[in-house]
Design a binder for this molecule. Sequence first.
Ligand code: ADP
Length: 544
Amino acid sequence: KKPRARKRLPVIPQGIEQTRFFVAIDEISTEIGDNKVEINDKQLDDGWYMEPPNTHDGMAITDEEELVSSAVIYPGSTDDVQKVVRWANKYLIPLHPISMGRNFGYGGAAPRVRGAVVVDLGKRMNKILDINPDDCTCLVEPGVSYFALYEEVQKRGYKNLWIDVPDLGGGSVLGNALDHGVGYTPYGDHWATHCGLEVVMPTGEIVRTGMGALPGNNTWQVFPYGFGPFLDGMFSQSNYGIVTKMGFGLMPNPGGHESFLYTFKNEEDLEQLVEIVRPLRIAMILENAANIRHALQVLALSGKPRSAFYDGNGPFPTKIMHEFLQTHPYGECTWLYYGTCYGPKEVRKLKLDIIHREFMKIPRARRIDPEKLPPTDYFWTRDRISIGKPDLEDLSWVNWWPNGAHVAFSPVAPTRGADALSLWHMAKEQWAKLGLDFFFDFVVGLRELHLIVECVYDRDDPKQRANALEAMRSLIKEAADKGYGEYRTHLLLCDQVAGTYSWNDHALMKLNEKLKDCLDPNGILAPGRSGIWPARYRGRGWEI
Ligand code: ADP
């Protein structure tokens, strides 16, 4: 018999008395179904990637009780979502919508406001509403994961369709796009490939954007703009609505692919490499959002913990990294470029030859022959991801520390050597002070690099958590002083990051707040998301 989970007291959101809160919970349970509402009164369980908690952040970076929900509601339809929103307005209860809650490294499923009610859309609203093999489009609900979409495309036998997946395939297609996530086929910019939204507004109305506003249309997923202002952007990384449907363009199968890997010996090679990459990428000779990775991650991807390589404190010694790599098929190196070319063999060859010629201009650059790599090598994970096959291998580097969790510093820079080097030096300096390691991945967008610096820490060690958070704060500040901003951040760092986008006396945030107050007068939807606080919360000590 399974032991019953130990009980703990639920956290009631501020501003409502306990008895009234439970009256409210009874009311919504009656309205959408008793077993569709759960009070968060069990011992918190971090679960794991495939079973992420919807009660808190499974990779907490502060005490895990700091960012917890009071309850979770499972709507089964857009109509249910409307009911939940109207209920929250009646009782002034903050809501936190999630799709699948796998936003690991950025706060997971946790609400920013302690005791907010999590609206878990993914559990029951998980239908693939349409896959159109002629237009190469799809329409999905929040609970559709990359795995589910991939499997459905295969099941229906649509050999002409590819999907685009991020490093880990368990997350929500819709949720990832809303948070500006990326993948690695030429359709890697997920927000850019979306087409059409259905949104429940914070006051309960339903809106369809683009062609979706036209009754009887057959163009919702093929033309994004419709007529009038293009409002979609305002529902991404925001708290202006709950997205219940989202359309996407799907990439046609290009008729073949070939992944490649180059290694570069020295730290400073980064500058020349990025200068070589820029014109090739903008001209689409380098076709996918590729990874320029620091080689330390190769050690972490071996599945062995840090302690198997080195037991000391401080940054992981470069010498040990190089020694290990000498025994690895990649050989001694500092940077790796994982990329993929698409199309039939003749088409690929033209591009691969140019890439080879350009990359080999860097002294001691090497092309790694994939034929010589074992099938278990991480190269094949990148190969699968670059053709839109969902994968989970990228989970393994999180075990670098026991109870491994991660938090990311994710600045954006132009694809220029000097900028890449400047961000690398800045982060490396923090790394030297930290006592924890950083994993570096420059994701080459088109004209820009998203640098993802992942800091892995032991989530049960308060000192490591505090150090990791402090390092993120220092990096955000230093980057902003140099003119770099983050494209995405952890829940607890939203205020700081939003504060760096301060041109003209914070004009952008003033506009965001004006919109928030107009669209969500009671301030019930995801208060604090992306640093946007509704009037009811502003200036009352919530901003950090
Ligand atoms: P995933 O499981 O794909 O990583 P999440 O469900 O954790 O994504 O979503 C990431 C973030 O995006 C959430 O924390 C939430 O703020 C926001 N979000 C997710 N789904 C929705 C939605 N359907 N409507 C509005 N905001 C959403």
